[in-house]
Design a protein around this ligand. Structure first.
Ligand code: ZN
Length: 243
């Protein structure tokens, strides 16, 4: 059983009629709806809950955290962003969706601005540029999203371990749309499609990619603490003195 927490800022769906029409129960519940199964247990968390719904207990009980945010990145307290970052370093998986490229936890983990170029809606073709990657299982050579926000290069991220998907837009731009990173013990997947005005999370391939990413990002090891052991003393002594 993989325990997933879907975190959503959950502001556009409340303030914008168009977005509400696409995701009446919020993006988080749409993702929960297609993700939940006998193998995957899903809870949701949103910005306006106490501690953004991401208490120490919730984080400890999360194997993979999915993050969707856009207009209120700055309202996420630094303390919560650091909590997420530290959990990833200890082994929790993180899937950052669409405008989450500018979220505090993602920027902390990348160490760069994560800036990109963007433009309002366009047709996107998502190319699978690494078909042997587990996140690409069951995904065709390419698939189209009739409407998606254009995200273009240059994407100011550190060099990814794998670029699993590359987006092409009808305006001619390209983008590294599906990128993987390892940060200490944690696996991170960034996936570009998912603008709130379009039903992207109802696309069967997008759903399959997110499911595959959950499977891929689940912890292989999970540490209780981060420390740097001195091997000239016993592990117990090192643990006492060496955080
Ligand atoms: Zn967007």
């Amino acid at each position: 059983m993989i325990k997933v927490t879907v975190w959503n800022e959950y502001r556009h769906e409340k303030s914008d009629e168009g977005v509400k029409a696409v995701y009446p129960d919020g993006i988080h519940n749409c993702i929960k709806g297609f993700l939940e199964s006998d193998e995957i247990k899903v809870r949701t968390a949103t910005l306006d809950e106490p501690e953004c719904g991401l208490t120490e207990e919730v984080i400890k009980d999360t194997d993979v955290l999915i993050w969707w945010g856009h207009m209120a990145h700055h309202e996420v307290p630094d303390e919560i962003a650091v909590r997420v970052q530290q959990a990833v370093l200890k082994g929790m998986g993180l899937i950052v969706l669409h405008s989450g490229h500018h979220s505090k936890p993602f920027r902390l983990l990348m160490g760069t601005t994560c800036d990109l170029t963007w433009r309002d809606g366009d047709r996107e073709r998502v190319w699978c540029t690494n078909p042997t990657h587990p996140i690409a299982a069951g995904i065709p050579e390419s698939f189209e999203l009739e409407n998606e926000e254009m995200y273009g290069e240059h994407f100011s991220i550190p060099k990814p371990d794998d670029v699993v998907f590359t987006g092409w837009f009808a305006g001619g731009e390209v983008f590294r749309s599906g990128c993987t990173f390892i940060r200490d013990h944690g696996k991170v997947f960034y996936f570009q499609p998912g603008h709130e005005e379009y039903p992207t999370y109802k696309n069967e391939y997008v759903q399959r990619i997110i499911k595959n990413a959950v499977e891929w990002a689940k912890p292989t090891v999970r540490r209780d603490e981060l420390f740097c052991p001195n091997r000239t003393v016993s592990p117990e002594e090192a643990r006492k003195g060496g955080k």
